[in-house]
Design a protein around this ligand. Structure first.
Ligand SMILES: [Zn+2]
Ligand SMILES: [Zn+2]
Ligand SMILES: [Zn+2]
Ligand SMILES: [Zn+2]
Length: 874
C-alpha cells in the first residue's frame, strides 16, 4: 500500500495550532503532499468560517474572494486626514472653491500646493498623523521581537518563531551581528519546519552578515544536518570536516554546551558514514512532471489576450472585448502581469496601530510579513529592506530590483504612504515605474488633447466619430499607432479618470494628498531620484529645488498631475489581487484559510472588460499575474464580462445598483434587467429569508414581517428576528470555541441545538443553515467520523449550490472538501466521482495546472492504486 495513504488515516486532533505535527515533520522533507492529505481536511472546513458574522447573515465562503472594487478603507487616506482636508476645503470660501473646481488639474494642484506649504496647519497635522505609522528601524523593537521569537521557539511554535525573527531582522541594520543572529535563529526554526533549502539560505545569510565566530560550529552542524536531509552526503561530510577543524583550532573546552556540540558532531558523522556505505535510491528530486502547456494563441493586437477576442469601441460601452469566435468554458482568455501593484496593509496593520508615545508591538502577522513587497510571493525567510522595517522581500534579487525601480524613492516615505492609503501609493509607484520622460510625454499629450477638444472636434481623434470602420483598433484610446493595445504606461494613462464625476470634496482630498507626496519628495531631496528613474534630458537637468519654495518644480508638477489622474482612475480601475491565505503560520495541525485582499493593482488589459452582475469569466491570481478563463460557453460576437464585485448571487438588484452607482454607472446587464422586470422580490432575499415561527411559511415585509400563509397571519418585527439571528450566531461561535478546546462532543451537541432553533425562524436555504452543516462536518472530520462528516457537508453543499449555482467556483471548493473527506473515509467510488465533479468545475475556474487540480489528481492516483482488498470493502 502506498505509504502516504496509511498516514492519511490518522488525522491529528484539532488545534491548538502548534505542537501537534512538529515531531513528524522534522524528519519529513516532503511535507506538501502530506499536508494536503492529512490536516487539510479540517483545515478547509475552517476556511468557510465567516469573517464578520455580525455583518453577514451567512458565511462568506470563497465567493467574496474576487472583488474588483471593494473600496476598503485602506485604499483611501486615514479618516483624520480626510477630515482635515474637508476642513481645509470648507475654509477656502465659496469663490475660491468654485475657481478650484473649474480650474484645469495643473492649476488646481498649484493652489493646493500653496495650501500645504510648510508651517501650514494641514501640513503639521499630516506630520503628526504620520508619526503613528512606524516604518523605520527600531533597535528596541528588534530586541523585543527576537525575544518573543525565542519564546515561541521554546514552545515549539516554529512558524510563529520564524515570522518573529523576520520582524526582528527587519528592525536591525543590515550587516550587523544582531541581524545575523536573527537569520541564524530563523534558520533553526526553518529546519524544524522541514524547509531545508531555505534553512541553508538563512545560514549563508547569517554568515554573510558577520555571524559571531565563536557561535559558528553550532550553525555549521545545522547546515550539515540540512545537507544530509537533502541527500547531499558529500557536502555534509565537508561541512563536518570544517566544524572539526574549527573546534580543533579553538582549542579544547569543557563547557556542557561544548560537550553537546561534540556529541552532535559525532552523531552526524555516523549518519554520514551510514549514508556513504548504503546510498539510498536517488531521492525523487523533481516529482512534478511538467504538464503540457495549455493551447494558447496570442492576439495580434492586444497583449496577453487570446486570439479569440477582439477589442471594440463605441460611445455607449466604451472600450470592450468581444469573442471573435466561439469560446468553451475553461478556455484561457487573458494572462496579464500587473503594470503596477502595491501590497495592501490590513485594517489595523501593526505599524498603524499605536498613537504616538505608546510602544506596543504586536505579534499578529499581516500581508507585509507574509508576502513579498514586490512580487507577492509567499514569504518563508524574508529579506528585509536596507532602509525601513516595512518592506520585506522573497529574495535579495527582488529587494534589489524593487530598490532600483521604486523603493529607493518610497523607502523614506513609508509612514506617509501608509497614512495616505493604497491608492496614493499605487499612483506614486505608477509614475516611478513609467519614468519621468514617458510621464511628461503623456501629460503634455493630454494637454494638447484637451485643447483639441475645446477648439475643433474635427480631427477625428475620437474613434466614435471616425467614419471609417476599417481602421480596426487604430484610434481606440490607449492603442499605439499600429493599433496595438499593450499593457503599457500609455494604456494605464488612458484609463478613464472620470474627473468630472468625482465629488469636489474627493478631488480636493486627492489633490492635497498628491501634493503632500511631492512636497515630501522635495524635502527629502528625492527629486533627483524621481526624475532619474529614466533620464532627465529634458530641461537643464535636475537642479536641486529650494526646500523652502512654495511651489513644486515644473518636473514634480508634471508628476503630480499624472499621480492625480491615477488616483482618480483607481476608483474605477483598481483591481484587487486576492488569495486564499493560510491563517496562522503553518506549523499547526490544521491549516485555516481565508480569502484576503493582497494587493491593489492596475491591469490595463483586464480593465478593458465591462461589468456584469452575471459574468461569463473567472479570474484567478498567481503572484502579480492575473489569468482570465471563460466560465461558460461564449459564442462569437458576445461581449466578455467581468464582475467588479456586486454579483447576482450575492446581492439583490437594488443593492447592486446602489453599489455600482458609486462608480458612475448603472448596470444594464441581463441579470439586472430580468430582476428589475420581475418586480422587487429578488431570489436572494427569498433564499436568505426568515420563516414563520408558527407555521414555517416564508415571512414578508420590511420593519414588520408577516407570515405569507394567510391562515396564519402571524407578524413579527424584523428587529426581534435579527436579534434572534445574532443570538444564534453567538451560540455557533461558542460551539466552535468548544471545538478548538478539543471538546468535540459538546460542540456537536451545541450545534445540533442551534440547528433546531434555527429551523424555527430561518428558511431552509438560509446560508446560516449551510454554515451549521459545514461546522458539523468539520467536527465529525476531526473525530475521524468520515461518514457523518460527508453527510453534513453534502447538505451544506446543496445550499451553496442554491446560492452560487452548480458550476460556480464556490461549488468547486466545496466538492474539493467533500472529496478529501470521502478519501479519508475510504469511500472509494464516491470519492472518485466527487473528485471528477470538483475537477471539472475547478479546471474551468483555475485551470488544469492549478494546485487544487493537482491535489485532486494525486488523490485519484492514490485511490486507484489501492489494493483490491480495501476496494472490496466499500
Ligand atoms: Zn519577491
Ligand atoms: Zn525600505
Ligand atoms: Zn447588473
Ligand atoms: Zn405562519
Amino acid at each position: 500500500m502506498a505509504p502516504s495513504l496509511s498516514r492519511t488515516l490518522m488525522v491529528p486532533p484539532l488545534p491548538p495550532r502548534s505542537a501537534t505535527a512538529k515531531s513528524s515533520r522534522r524528519s519529513e522533507p516532503r511535507s506538501r503532499f502530506r499536508r494536503v492529505m492529512t490536516p487539510a481536511v479540517p483545515a478547509l472546513l475552517l476556511a468557510a468560517r465567516p469573517r464578520t458574522a455580525e455583518a453577514l447573515p451567512g458565511f462568506t465562503r470563497l465567493g467574496a474572494a474576487i472583488r474588483r472594487w471593494e473600496r476598503g478603507s485602506m485604499a483611501l487616506p486615514v479618516e483624520e486626514w480626510r477630515r482635515c482636508a474637508a476642513r481645509c476645503r470648507a475654509a477656502l470660501g465659496p469663490a475660491l472653491r468654485e475657481r478650484l473646481e473649474a480650474a484645469p488639474p495643473g492649476e488646481a494642484l498649484r493652489v493646493a500646493c500653496g495650501l500645504l506649504r510648510p508651517g501650514a496647519e494641514e501640513a503639521a497635522a499630516l506630520q503628526r498623523l504620520c508619526r503613528r505609522a512606524r516604518t523605520g528601524k527600531e533597535p528596541a523593537a528588534a530586541r523585543w521581537y527576537r525575544e518573543e521569537g525565542n519564546r515561541r521557539f521554546g514552545g515549539c511554535c516554529y512558524g510563529d518563531a520564524a515570522l518573529l525573527y523576520s520582524r526582528a531582522a527587519s528592525h536591525e541594520l543590515p550587516g550587523s551581528p544582531e541581524a545575523s543572529l536573527c537569520f541564524a535563529n530563523r534558520s533553526a526554526a526553518l529546519f524544524h519546519l522541514g524547509h531545508f533549502e531555505i534553512c541553508l539560505e538563512d545560514i549563508a545569510r547569517a554568515q554573510s552578515h558577520g555571524y559571531p565566530d565563536r557561535l559558528l560550529p553550532k550553525v555549521l552542524l545545522r547546515k550539515a544536518e540540512c545537507l544530509l536531509c537533502l541527500g547531499r552526503v558529500q557536502d555534509a561530510a565537508d561541512t563536518l570536516a570544517a566544524v572539526e577543524n574549527k573546534i580543533a583550532l579553538d582549542g579544547i573546552m569543557t563547557s556542557p554546551a561544548h560537550q553537546t556540540l561534540l556529541k552532535k558532531l559525532n552523531q552526524l558523522k555516523l549518519k554520514v558514514l551510514e549514508r556513504e556505505s548504503c546510498p539510498e535510491a536517488a531521492r525523487e528530486t523533481c516529482g512534478d512532471t511538467q504538464r503540457e502547456p495549455e493551447i494558447w494563441e496570442e492576439n495580434d493586437s492586444i497583449s496577453g489576450a487570446s486570439s479569440s477576442l477582439s477589442l471594440k469601441f463605441n460611445t455607449e460601452k466604451g472600450r470592450h472585448l468581444v469573442a471573435s469566435r466561439d469560446i468553451l468554458p475553461g478556455q484561457n482568455l487573458l494572462k496579464e502581469e500587473a503594470f503596477v501593484s502595491v501590497l495592501c496593509p490590513e485594517e489595523g496593520e501593526s505599524c498603524l496601530l499605536q498613537d504616538s508615545g505608546e510602544m506596543v508591538w504586536d505579534t499578529r502577522f499581516t500581508n507585509a510579513d507574509l508576502y513579498c513587497h514586490r512580487c507577492l510571493k509567499q514569504l518563508l525567510a524574508s529579506v528585509p529592506c536596507r532602509g525601513c522595517s516595512y518592506a520585506k522581500y522573497c529574495s535579495q534579487n527582488c529587494a534589489d530590483t524593487a530598490w532600483e525601480q521604486y523603493h529607493r524613492t518610497e523607502c523614506s516615505l513609508g509612514a506617509l504612504l501608509l497614512t495616505l492609503g493604497v491608492f496614493c501609493h499605487v499612483a506614486l509607484r505608477t509614475v516611478l515605474l513609467a519614468g519621468f520622460s514617458e510621464v511628461s510625454r503623456l501629460v503634455e499629450w493630454s494637454h494638447d488633447d484637451d485643447e483639441d477638444l475645446h477648439n475643433t472636434k474635427a480631427r477625428c481623434k475620437h474613434p466614435s466619430e471616425a467614419p471609417d470602420t476599417r481602421t480596426g483598433t487604430r484610434g481606440i484610446p490607449g492603442c499605439n499607432d499600429n493599433g496595438q493595445y499593450q499593457s503599457s504606461y500609455r494604456a494605464v494613462f488612458n484609463l478613464l479618470p472620470h474627473a468630472e464625476k468625482h465629488s469636489p470634496e474627493h478631488k480636493f482630498l486627492c489633490m492635497l494628498s498628491v501634493v503632500a507626496i511631492c512636497r515630501k519628495l522635495q524635502e527629502a531631496g528625492l527629486e533627483a531620484a524621481v526624475l532619474n528613474q529614466e533620464s532627465s534630458e529634458k530641461g537643464s537637468g535636475t537642479k536641486a529645488c529650494e526646500k523652502t519654495s512654495d511651489e513644486l518644480s515644473p518636473e514634480l508638477q508634471i508628476m503630480a498631475e499624472a499621480m492625480l489622474r491615477h488616483v482618480l482612475q483607481l476608483q474605477c480601475n483598481a483591481q484587487a489581487i486576492t488569495v486564499m491565505r493560510e491563517l496562522g503560520s503553518g506549523d499547526g495541525a490544521v491549516v485555516n484559510k481565508k480569502p484576503v485582499r493582497l494587493a491593489t493593482a492596475f491591469f490595463p488589459v483586464l480593465s478593458l472588460l465591462n461589468h456584469s452582475c452575471s459574468p461569463n469569466i473567472s479570474v484567478s491570481f498567481s503572484g502579480t499575474a492575473a489569468t482570465v478563463r471563460a466560465s461558460q460557453p461564449i459564442s462569437s460576437g458576445q461581449e466578455i464580462f467581468h464582475c467588479y464585485g456586486p454579483h447576482r448571487c450575492r446581492m439583490k438588484v437594488a443593492e447592486r445598483q446602489q453599489l455600482l452607482s458609486q462608480y458612475f454607472f448603472e448596470c444594464h446587464c441581463q441579470a439586472c434587467l430580468e430582476e428589475l422586470e420581475s418586480g422587487d422580490k429578488s431570489v436572494v432575499s427569498m433564499r436568505n429569508s426568515f420563516c414563520c415561527p408558527s407555521c414555517q411559511a416564508s415571512m414578508q415585509g420590511e420593519d414588520v414581517l408577516c407570515c405569507s400563509n394567510e391562515a396564519c397571519a402571524r407578524s413579527v418585527s424584523r428587529e426581534s428576528l435579527s436579534r434572534h439571528l445574532r443570538d444564534l450566531q453567538r451560540q455557533i461561535k461558542k460551539a466552535l470555541e468548544l471545538l478548538r478546546d478539543s471538546r468535540a462532543d459538546e460542540a456537536i451537541k451545541m450545534l445540533l441545538k442551534c440547528q433546531m432553533d434555527a429551523r424555527n425562524f430561518l428558511s431552509p436555504e438560509h446560508l446560516l443553515m449551510g454554515e451549521m452543516e459545514d461546522h458539523l462536518a468539520q467536527v465529525y472530520a476531526t473525530l475521524g467520523k468520515w461518514q457523518e462528516a460527508a453527510r453534513h457537508l453534502e447538505r451544506s453543499i446543496q445550499i451553496v449550490e442554491t446560492h452560487h449555482g452548480p458550476s460556480s467556483v464556490e461549488m468547486g471548493h466545496e466538492l474539493f472538501k467533500l472529496a478529501q473527506i470521502l478519501f479519508n473515509g475510504f469511500a472509494v467510488s464516491e470519492a472518485l466521482s466527487t473528485i471528477q465533479r470538483a475537477e471539472k468545475i475547478l479546471t474551468v475556474h483555475c485551470g488544469p495546472q492549478s494546485t487544487q487540480i493537482r491535489e485532486l489528481q494525486e488523490m485519484k492516483t492514490c485511490l486507484l492504486e489501492l489494493p483490491r482488498s480495501i476496494l472490496q470493502r466499500t
